[in-house]
Design a protein around this ligand. Structure first.
Ligand SMILES: Nc1nc2c(c(=O)[nH]1)N[C@H]1C(S)=C(S)[C@@H](COP(=O)(O)OP(=O)(O)OC[C@H]3O[C@@H](n4cnc5c(=O)[nH]c(N)nc54)[C@H](O)[C@@H]3O)O[C@H]1N2
Ligand SMILES: Nc1nc2c(c(=O)[nH]1)N[C@H]1C(S)=C(S)[C@@H](COP(=O)(O)OP(=O)(O)OC[C@H]3O[C@@H](n4cnc5c(=O)[nH]c(N)nc54)[C@H](O)[C@@H]3O)O[C@H]1N2
Ligand SMILES: [Mo]
Length: 768
């Protein structure tokens, strides 16, 4: 039975309302009703969200202020809370009714909609079903299986949600076992940042805090859909706009949140008939992948203004003192910018010289500038260069390491940044291995582990034989869906620690476990009493988080407990780790984190409940540059004519941008409406420019197939997508992730950081 509800006949209606506003409130109320939750329960829960003493939202990683709004949550944070707190249960009775083969015909929404997982399950291939198992038996068998495998052939994935405590324990378990194969969702996300920023400014994370947003006098937004993916950031942006701060946005799509916003928490705004605050003072629909060229154009305009100021004897536009004292590589960067002609910049960015010169003037006038960015920069083959070019722009005017200014990568999962901070990394040089060795008396593996792309290669090639997932939906999130699904079945061991059923769980290995865990909103009682955990937000602030709702099922275990039991069953006697004591009292895990990372986590247990979080002491914020040159490096790309081998001007090859809708959290699909883009009733759509439709002979609502343009002999195809006329640059088409991941070749990734280039997939469109 195909359980794809509503897959065709979608409707696209232009959405003229601001983000936030009544649309947002209606949407939240509808979700509460659908998940069978009383509004009073939801309200009591949301009231605690992102507040000191409460729990930190399970949706995005945006900063949590010390003095929160009475309701410090957004539409999508509320949806995520409601989704996790649903009354529905995906229990033993459900699994007794359905085979995995049958469930494979269901779509992502239908699977997760079954509700919370309640019981540990083991796959029984003779029945093609999951059957209940005791925790004890599960840990015992998984331990024995892991012991029989070569540690180098096992991958320990993490998806970015688990707490700092669970994450630190998880990486320690993997390393004692003998594996550095610790990829996490960051490998598909901001790894371009984690690779790019250390080379530029010596830290792997952003340098701004909420205080900087209050002080800045200009902001950039490159490639982030803020209204959907970090809506609470709209508040500081709105405040800044009210102060008259220019906000200049580069995005191929007209994303509503960065156009107009009405604060649903302000009665005055809600009742006023106007259409909210204009969020971007200037909005540029740059060509997909055209940011390097656009940024070169802005830099060129700034250099021209500086030339003029210099010859007129006025104050320089470049921060020459900062560049002289703090930077390296400026001359090469300057030569690159001067060398490039405006005609090439215009061709590659899709923007005009006059537009970019205008941005240059706004930037040159501003003294404290924040540059925000998201997946529109990182998920390209040149994602690292994108990030570094944005830093170059900031460095030209000394906009790093001073109040009100800095680089602001907007992270994804609520603790993805923190997981990297406490040791979940496949790159051993980023982890204090000697310290861990000395603290726990074991010999950690020293060679580099597998990142996400390499893990996929290993699964397809057969060298990876075991996979443990601390959350996430790996198969669905990675490229090359078809080959990945086929190859997964050859794994010896697949262990999934999860809250809800997803497609990855339906594809078994030889030995397969589905282990249900507590979510962050739930009360976590251990021997010493109710536990608090911690997370790191996008601005490098660490917060405590205390669950309060009753667990979805009495059989659920916490993530720290599951990790500890797996470790005890697998690596008993191999290191001195007090697993049971840690599980009894998570404060001891925080002490352990402080011992491993004394600079970042000084007085961790004393400070982690500080309202607004405590900030990690980042060197770059103090203009101390932990780079190879000891300076902030201008890093110059070879060219901005990216993807020259993707001939998007030729015949019918277009560049596909895969997107999130306003109704999903990654592979968790809440519903079929993308209200803010005006797409309703289906996710199987292809957003296309009118000129391309005319050129290729398509009409609005035509059904098409999409094929990847690659000459590797593999056919990657997606049938029955419906064309929609949309405001997107010529040469680009847009469609939804994860459905379209089957079109992305595994080798199509960022060159250094290995982030799949999900924002620039060359495709051909064929009539269905
Ligand atoms: N509600 C909700 N919140 C989320 C998530 C979610 O799925 N739902 N996911 C979380 C996660 S893990 C992450 S990583 C973040 C993701 O948040 P975003 O970084 O916003 O990621 P995407 O939704 O992929 O959207 C990327 C944006 O970049 C634009 N873009 C695409 N290509 C280009 C380009 O070449 N140049 C420029 N300048 N722009 C481009 C797209 O039009 C889109 O607006 O959000 C997090 N928060
Ligand atoms: N084409 C394309 N592909 C992409 C992207 C894109 O923009 N385009 N974006 C990429 C990005 S930025 C990311 S971050 C990845 C996301 O990849 P993942 O992080 O692997 O995927 P999610 O969809 O976030 O995982 C959802 C599952 O996590 C489990 N879960 C939820 N909460 C918890 C919890 O508290 N504990 C545990 N143990 N499990 C939990 C649930 O079972 C749920 O089904 O996808 C990447 N893939
Ligand atoms: Mo992400």
């Amino acid at each position: 039975m195909q359980r794809s509800e509503r897959t065709s006949e979608p409707v696209v209606k232009e959405y003229h309302h601001p983000t936030g506003g009544w649309g947002s409130l209606k949407s939240v109320a509808r979700y509460a009703f659908r998940e069978k939750l009383a509004l009073s329960t939801i309200w009591q829960t949301l009231w605690r969200q992102n507040k000191p003493g409460g729990f930190m939202c399970v949706s995005c990683s945006w900063a949590k202020p010390a003095e929160p709004h009475p309701a410090e949550f957004c539409e999508n944070g509320a949806k995520a809370t409601i989704w996790e707190q649903t009354k529905k249960r995906c229990d033993r009775a459900f699994f007794a009714k359905h085979t995995l083969t049958e469930l494979l015909g269901w779509d992502d929404h239908a699977l997760e909609k079954q509700g919370r997982l309640t019981t540990p399950m083991r796959y029984d291939s003779s029945l093609d079903q999951y059957v209940p198992v005791t925790w004890e038996a599960a840990f015992k068998e998984i331990g024995a299986e892991l012991q029989a495998l070569d540690p180098k052939s096992v991958v320990f994935y993490a998806s970015g949600r688990a707490s700092l405590e669970a994450s630190h324990m998880y990486q320690l378990f993997a390393r004692i076992y003998g594996s550095n194969n610790l990829p996490d969702s960051s490998n598909m996300c901001h790894e371009s940042t984690s690779v790019g920023l250390p080379q530029s400014i010596g830290v792997p994370v952003g340098t701004v805090t909420l205080a900087d947003f209050e002080e800045c006098d200009m902001m950039f937004f490159f490639g982030h859909n803020t209204g959907t993916n970090a809506p609470r950031l709209l508040h500081p942006v709105q405040d800044a706009r009210k102060r008259g701060v220019p906000v200049v946005t580069f995005n191929p799509l007209p994303e509503r949140g960065l156009m107009r916003f009405k604060n649903p928490q302000s009665p005055v705004e809600m009742l006023s008939p106007d259409s909210g605050t204009k969020m971007s003072s200037e909005y540029f629909q740059v060509k997909g992948g055209g940011d390097l060229a656009a940024m070169t154009g802005i830099a060129k305009a700034v250099l021209a203004l500086d030339d003029a100021a210099k010859s007129a004897g006025r104050e320089r536009v470049l921060d020459v003192d900062f560049i002289a004292e703090h930077c390296h590589g400026f001359d090469e960067f300057e030569a690159f910018v001067r060398r490039h002609e405006w005609s090439d910049i215009e061709r590659c960015s899709g923007l005009s010289r006059a537009e970019l010169e205008d941005v240059g003037r706004v930037y040159a006038r501003s003294k404290k500038v924040i540059a925000n960015y998201g997946m529109g920069l990182t998920q390209h083959r040149h994602g690292v260069k994108n990030v570094q070019m944005l830093v170059n722009l900031l460095l030209m005017r000394g906009n790093i390491g001073k109040p009100g200014a800095g680089i602001s990568p907007i992270r994804g999962h609520s603790n993805v940044q923190g997981q990297r901070t406490v040791g979940i990394s496949e790159k051993p040089k980023l982890v204090p291995l000697d310290k861990l060795a000395q603290l726990y008396r074991f010999e950690p593996p020293r060679e580099k582990g597998l990142d996400t792309v390499e893990a996929c290669e290993g699964i397809i090639g057969g060298s990876v034989k075991g996979f443990v997932a601390l959350g996430g939906n790996f198969i669905r999130a990675v490229p090359e869906t078809q080959k990945m699904e086929e190859s997964w079945r050859r794994l010896r061991l697949s262990v999934q620690i999860a809250t809800k059923l997803n497609r990855n769980h339906l594809i078994p290995g030889e030995v397969t476990y589905l282990l249900p865990c507590l979510g962050r909103i739930e009360r976590d009682d251990q021997a010493s009493g109710p536990q608090t955990v911690s997370i790191e937000d996008s601005t490098a602030c660490i917060h405590g988080s205390k669950g309060w709702r009753p667990p979805a099922s009495p059989e659920l275990l916490s993530e720290p407990k599951i990790v500890a039991e797996l470790a005890k069953a697998t690596v008993a006697g191999k290191a001195d780790v007090p697993w049971d004591a840690w599980v009894a009292d998570y404060a001891l895990v925080r002490d352990a984190i402080e011992r491993a990372y004394p600079d970042d986590f000084r007085d961790f247990n004393k400070r982690f409940l500080t309202p607004g979080g405590f900030h990690r002491d980042l060197a770059a914020c103090k203009r101390v540059w932990k780079t190879d040159t000891g300076k902030a490096n201008f890093l110059t790309p070879e060219s901005f004519d990216v993807d020259p081998d993707i001939h998007t001007d030729g015949m019918n090859v277009l560049k596909l941008i895969t997107l999130r809708s306003n109704d999903q959290f990654n592979t968790t699909v809440y519903g079929y409406d993308d209200r803010l883009r005006g797409v309703h009733g289906s996710r199987l759509v292809l957003l296309m420019n009118e000129a391309d439709m005319d050129r290729l002979g398509f009409e609005d609502q035509d059904l098409v197939s999409v094929e990847t343009h690659a000459d590797d002999g593999v056919e990657r195809r997606m049938e029955n997508l419906r064309v929609h006329k949309f405001s997107i640059p010529k040469g680009n088409v847009g469609g939804y992730y994860p459905e379209l991941n089957r079109l992305i070749p595994l080798w199509h990734h960022e060159k250094e950081a290995h982030v799949p280039a999900a924002k620039s997939v060359p495709v051909r469109i064929l009539r269905a």
